[in-house]
Design a protein around this ligand. Structure first.
Ligand code: A3P
Length: 304
């Protein structure tokens, strides 16, 4: 069921994400100039981008065999704010951490406070085509329900809800558009990236990401193969086969979550194995309507 969802300022939230937490962020979250904010709608590649950004920022500090990403969940290295909300622990106060930090949130652009805009911190937004995002979300919730039993929605019911915009941090399209518009208005502040682009043209987009973050790769580093090394370290193949991500849990405060549900297939176009032709058409139609007038398209297959 969707009884555990509530709506606030046009977006849907899971009840574990307390309204108090969202309001705390709106009122008090003050990143510094050097801090980076990673934002995504759920299942858009958050875990991957946490790894990539952490690896970019901390390169040079670790060699390949001792890298924290081999033994620690990306969610522990770049924790997500919602868990802090849930636990009623204030989102880590930037004042108590030395800059630069990477913060992550799923909150829509409308909930980022004036202080985020005033702080001049940079925002990286990652999005993914809606069909793969929906399929990924459905599987994730199925897994989570096993831990936290509730009457799960059937695939068809969940699809219906997603189409209506009733999904965590949804409507999906409004979430994406909020950041798309922000990236047009403040291109030096907001970088808009796509999961599929990072898959297809990895080196190019990793370098773009690093440059935007203020950690551009030098020619020397490129020659040494650092770009490739980071991509390999953070690849689905590598990350999903690590013991920590197969069987480990990540902790935040006194709560912990399994790492494994964050790694499923890691592909572009898996929706073809799950959505009927009618479902795919319907999502395409909604996407077309919602994005009408914006120069924004999604790649949803790698088939030629
Ligand atoms: P699938 O369910 O399609 O496999 P998020 O991190 O935002 O929760 O998104 C999870 C999705 O990203 C899942 O998609 C997961 O498999 C995929 N993913 C996780 N790590 C990845 C990586 N290193 N590279 C590519 N995709 C990854």
């Amino acid at each position: 069921t969707t009884e555990h969802m509530y709506q606030y300022q046009g977006f849907w939230y899971h009840s574990v994400v307390g309204l108090q937490g969202i309001m705390w962020v709106e009122e008090h979250f003050k990143p510094r100039h050097e801090d980076l904010l990673l934002v995504s709608a759920p299942k858009s590649g958050t875990t991957w981008f946490k790894s990539l950004m952490f690896a970019i920022m901390n390169r040079g500090q670790y060699d390949c065999s001792t890298h924290p990403l081999l033994t620690t969940s990306p969610h522990e290295l770049v924790p997500f704010s919602e868990i802090f909300f849930h636990l009623n622990i204030p989102f880590p106060n930037p004042d108590t951490l030395s800059p630069p930090q990477i913060f992550h949130t799923h909150l829509p652009f409308t909930s980022l406070s004036q202080s985020v805009l005033d702080s001049q911190c940079r925002i990286v937004y990652v999005c993914r085509n809606p069909k793969d995002t929906f399929v990924s979300l459905f599987h994730f919730l199925q897994k989570k329900e096993e831990e936290n039993p509730r009457e799960p929605l059937s695939f068809e019911e969940a699809f219906e809800q997603f189409c209506k915009g009733v999904s965590v941090y949804g409507p999906f399209w409004d979430h994406v558009l909020g950041y798309w518009k922000a990236s047009l208005e403040w291109p030096e502040r907001v970088l808009f990236l796509k999961y599929e682009d990072m898959k297809v043209d990895s080196s190019f987009h990793l370098k773009r990401l690093a440059e935007f973050m203020g950690y551009a790769f030098s020619l020397e580093e490129e020659k040494q193969g650092l770009v490739k090394e980071i991509l390999k370290l953070c690849s689905f193949e590598n990350q999903s086969n690590l013991r920590v991500n197969k069987t480990g849990r990540f902790r935040v405060g006194h709560m912990s979550m399994e790492n494994n549900p964050f790694f499923r297939k890691g592909e572009v176009g898996d929706w073809k194995n799950h959505l009927t032709a009618e479902m795919a058409e319907r999502l395409d139609r909604i996407t077309g309507q919602k994005l009408n007038g914006y120069d924004l398209r999604f790649l949803d297959t790698l088939d030629k």
